[in-house]
Design a protein around this ligand. Sequence first.
Ligand code: CP
Ligand code: NVA
Length: 315
Amino acid sequence: MATALRPMDKPQTGGGSSLSGKDVLSDLDLSVENLEAILHTAQAMKRAPKRFAKVLEGRYLALLFEKPSLRTRLTFELAIQQLGGDSVNYAGPIGDREPVKDVARNLERWVHGIVARVFAQSTVEELAQWAKVPVINALSDLYHPCQILADVLTLKEHFGRLGGLKLAFVGDGNNVANSLMLTAGRLGVHVAVATPESYQPDAAMVEKARETGAITVTPDPREALENADAVYTDVWTSMGQEAEAEQRTQLFAPYQVNAQLLAQAKPKAVFMHCLPAKRGQEVTDEVMECAQSVAFDQAENRLHAQKALLALLLK
Ligand code: CP
Ligand code: NVA
């Protein structure tokens, strides 16, 4: 019996100018040129949303979530609606009831694109390998590229530029830290990551980010915050790591972003958080609520950045 070989007829990810039809599985699937186009388009969409109301007319997307979500799920749904398209949702494990490759070859018959939040990075990669339609990583154990699009948009709006800024990420060397190093780093932001020694981002990931950006990794939060324009934190225990929560809470205590630590950054530094925030752990209520916090601007910009991403991918 002949075995069906999957033709890889999708546009390849990585460099190149057009985003059309590509997968976005990691930050590096978006070239600097693509990132600049997304930022430009997002700003235009934010200014005049009605101009873009038919961009996805007649297009459908599948939103798959193995993990909980408020922002990502709702902003993707709204983004698709505001561009004139529609979406269907699935919440649950991917690959348990049937192989991931079969899920991919069902979905591609119904929709024009797949957005997937997964535990293992290999799940989005397998979906992309088997689906002819573009696949977007909506957070995996390794990356959160859609979050960082909103973050760099927020920084650009606030400071009017990205090149030359310093961003300190304090806490766990997790998916958000990886994506910040890879995306913000390539856009000229010096990313300084401060984590306990045993929770630093993976060495290979840091090396990769250093090929194209200024990256510092240190156990000392004060060193990271010195001269920083932005101070970013995220939960100490990411989704899927709940069994380690107690141990992490103790170890990460010196990395809490409180008023005293924030004062080590530049006086006009912004505070950033991808949310959800655990007040009293990685950030105090005082910092979350202070005038320097742009956390809800980041949340708003998830919508605009993802609208731009979808429009360029599904062109
Ligand atoms: N920041 C973010 O991705 O939030 P959700 O987990 O609510 O989607
Ligand atoms: N690092 C967090 C981000 C949540 C948006 C997690 O993976 O749970």
